[in-house]
Design a protein around this ligand. Structure first.
Ligand code: COA
Length: 395
């Protein structure tokens, strides 16, 4: 029996503002699951033709699946959103690409006919559940991964600097500055507003406030202020708080549907899935993995980087982005790349960043109707890369 794949489209994408992890963070008194629930509710509110009962699974990326992020958060979200008991759910961990993998798995569900409509997303509260919290790695893992630096993400970025010294600290700082500047311009122009769901939170002193702006961006950043920062991970190193992504709290979510169902509901989707790929590399230079993942996704689609009109690459560290762009044949200041800035400016709440990239791309497609193809790609701790290529169907 021959089976045909269904076309998969993105209906909508939303996110919370991204906060700084820790007591001064805007979400210090807010639970991770509440961030996810707010987005589930918002997606239904923004798309009145979609009813909660149409959602056939709730697939959430979460890196640290303990405490408020544990117990199969994906199953809890629809119930906490008061959608009843009938919507199944699961949680997925591929570290930083947990949320992008949730979307990738959702694409597979819909393409193969297992579902018509899915809630997918990612959430990480790095303030409540810091990286590595309650982890108990196998005693041999360090050895098989190539040494202790594979466990420390900042050190994996230092390793890229050491092994590929053509990517200098000055270049990393310049890239970080451009991310801050692009994010600053995007914020000024109101580009974040349509995708951020305002959330009322209670601060530690009991006052209430509505959170609708990212806490991390530093529009006043300059080359001088970046150059003054000390290495964060090793003596005489090159990775600093300025050219690394931060420690953040946040969530992002995407509503996926079969194109057939979207048409039947009279919805106008934002983009169509083209191809996906995951790849693995030496864990001590994990930030290089978007390169093989992207080449594989391009190959599956029969496309090249020249066909990519918009590129959303996660900025875990400036040096790994510089490496990936160079190896993919792009200049560091290529106007197709991270037009509204990236995680160096907005922050990187691990599992939330993949759906944020997808949401950014869909909004960029909306105002660039000439753009046909776009790439979302990110690196992952332990040495993995995940890439998804999308086609613009707006305009
Ligand atoms: C790099 C890291 C250790 C810095 O942590 P931190 O010290 O808490 O970071 P902060 O944001 O408080 O910044 C530290 C200092 O740098 C300064 N700074 C940060 N970004 C800056 C910028 N863009 N321009 C100028 N100064 C900046 C801050 O002002 C701060 O100085 P202050 O304490 O005098 O205010 C942390 O962000 C980190 O671990 N990042 C990597 C996260 C990670 O591994 N994610 C997974 C990726 S795979």
């Amino acid at each position: 029996m021959e089976k045909k794949l269904n076309e998969v489209v993105v209906i909508d994408g939303v996110r919370t503002a991204f906060g700084k992890a820790g007591e001064k963070g805007i979400f210090w008194t807010t639970r991770a699951d509440d961030l996810a629930v707010a987005l589930a509710k918002a997606l239904i509110q923004r798309n009145p033709r979609v009813e909660p009962g149409m959602v056939e699974d709730s697939i959430w990326g979460v890196t640290n699946q303990v405490k408020e992020q544990g117990g199969t958060l994906g199953r809890a979200v629809p119930m906490l959103a008061d959608w009843g008991w009938n919507i199944p759910g699961c949680s997925i961990d591929r570290m930083c690409a947990s949320g992008l993998t949730a979307i990738g798995f959702g694409v597979g569900y819909i393409a193969t006919g297992m579902a018509e409509c899915l809630l997918t997303g990612g959430v990480e509260h790095m303030g409540h559940l810091p990286m590595g919290f309650m982890r108990d790695p196998h005693p041999r893992l360090q050895e098989v991964m190539g040494g202790p630096s594979a466990f420390q993400m900042g050190m994996t970025a230092e390793n890229i600097h050491d092994r590929f010294p053509e990517f200098t600290r000055e270049m990393a700082d310049r890239y970080a500055l451009s991310s801050q500047q692009k994010a600053g311009r995007a914020n000024q122009a109101g580009k974040m507003k349509p995708m951020i769901v305002p959330l009322e939170v209670e601060l530690t002193d009991g006052t209430r406030m509505v959170v609708e702006k990212d806490q991390q961006p530093r529009p006043g950043t300059s080359m001088e202020s970046l150059a003054a920062l000390k290495p964060a991970f090793k003596e005489n190193g090159r990775v600093t708080a300025g050219n690394a992504s931060g420690l953040n709290d946040g969530a992002a979510a995407v509503l996926l549907m079969s194109e057939r169902k979207a048409d039947a509901l009279g919805l106008q989707p934002g983009m169509r899935w083209v191809s996906s790929a995951v790849a693995a590399v030496d864990p001590t230079i994990m930030g290089t993995a978007p390169v093989p993942a992207t080449l594989k996704a391009l190959d599956k689609a029969g496309l090249t980087m020249d066909d990519m009109d918009i590129v959303e690459i996660n900025e875990a560290f400036a040096v790994q982005v510089l490496y990936c762009l160079h190896r993919l044949g792009l200049k560091a200041d290529d106007p197709r790349v991270n037009r509204w800035g990236g995680s160096l400016a907005f922050g990187h709440p691990l599992a939330a960043s993949g759906p944020r990239l997808v949401t950014f791309l869909m909004n960029l497609f909306k105002e660039n109707t000439d753009a046909r193809y776009g790439l979302t790609t990110m690196c992952v701790g332990r040495g993995q890369g995940y890439s998804i290529i999308w086609e613009n169907i707006q305009g």
